[in-house]
Design a protein around this ligand. Sequence first.
Ligand code: BYC
Length: 330
Amino acid sequence: MYAQMVKSTGAGVKSREEMSAEEAAFQDRIDADIKIEPKDWMPEGYRKTLIRQIGQHAHSEIVGQLPEGNWITRAPTLERKAILLAKVQDEAGHGLYLYAAAETLGVSRDELTEQLLDGRMKYSSIFNYPTLNWADIGAVGWLVDGAAIMNQVPLQRTSYGPYSRAMIRICKEESFHQRQGYDIMMKMAQGTEAQKKMAQDALNRLWYPSLMMFGPSDKDSVHSAQSMAWKIKMDSNDELRQKFVDQTVPQAEYLGLTVPDENLKWNEEKGGYDFSEPDWDEFFDVLQGNGPCNVDRMEKRNAAWDNGAWVREGLMAHAEKRAVLKTAAE
Ligand code: BYC
């Protein structure tokens, strides 16, 4: 269903000897931590990889509004409703910063959206899982935003200037998102037996999908080697997954909840937890469009795009009219 937009393998990363003079000079700038800006020369693969990753990220922010937006009308208190509303609005803003960053690479927001809607581009696997009850909204903030921060904090140092600057703004808001989720989990975990059970059930269902957010294991990651050489990615998928587990397990313990993994064990030697891998067959199946909510999410995005056509047309007509008036006045 999804096109592999850029082909690269670990073995495909060019050695210094294989690089042209332009490519070597570009790599020198990356190695010296000098930001690449839109008008600078860049290898075509660098540009395409960035469009794929930033575009996928932008789509994730927008699709990510669906599972949470679904709960705005059902939040248990006015305060929780206001907080959730603010968070969901933030996600829309993150999507816009990221589309704007991708546009500096020569692709329009409309083109990226069309690629999402016809299945050529992806969004994060996590948003193909349902949010069944209020505890899930807590677990999404705690685990999903927690995983997002783990991935996004290092991306503030990514080599492409507009992407790096977008990530700095986004990360400021993400920590509020994670804390609001953990706060919901605290309330639930300290509540009635029924509420505690809901919190545990949410953790049980969302734990492995959250681990999948970091992408396939390093040995199956197609893009990591080249993306890390170009500092489009700062850490490998497995490194970030390990950090996430190490950070999250004590938080679960503090809540009095149990991480659903019999193999979870502190490993003194490596200074981190040993843990079970997610079911990778399930991950790839979700990427193929077969997760519990893929169809629903894409139907919603398609409907939003179709229903918004008159707004886009109206804005274009208005802009054209203003341009004509401006020319006439000059
Ligand atoms: N879901 O070679 P790999 C958020 C694809 S949070 C779907 O390791 P890469 C939010 C990958 O695209 C989420 N697809 O890829 C939070 C590739 O396929 P293609 C958004 C995935 O790019 C709360 C193939 O698998 N964050 O926004 O080096 C509320 C091989 O993988 C996934 C970002 O996007 C996945 N989980 O590494 C609201 C962060 N994992 O494209 C919103 C930026 C892998 O070749 N992105 N694939 O067909 C990244 O850091 C990297 O793109 C990834 C994957 C770590 C995700």
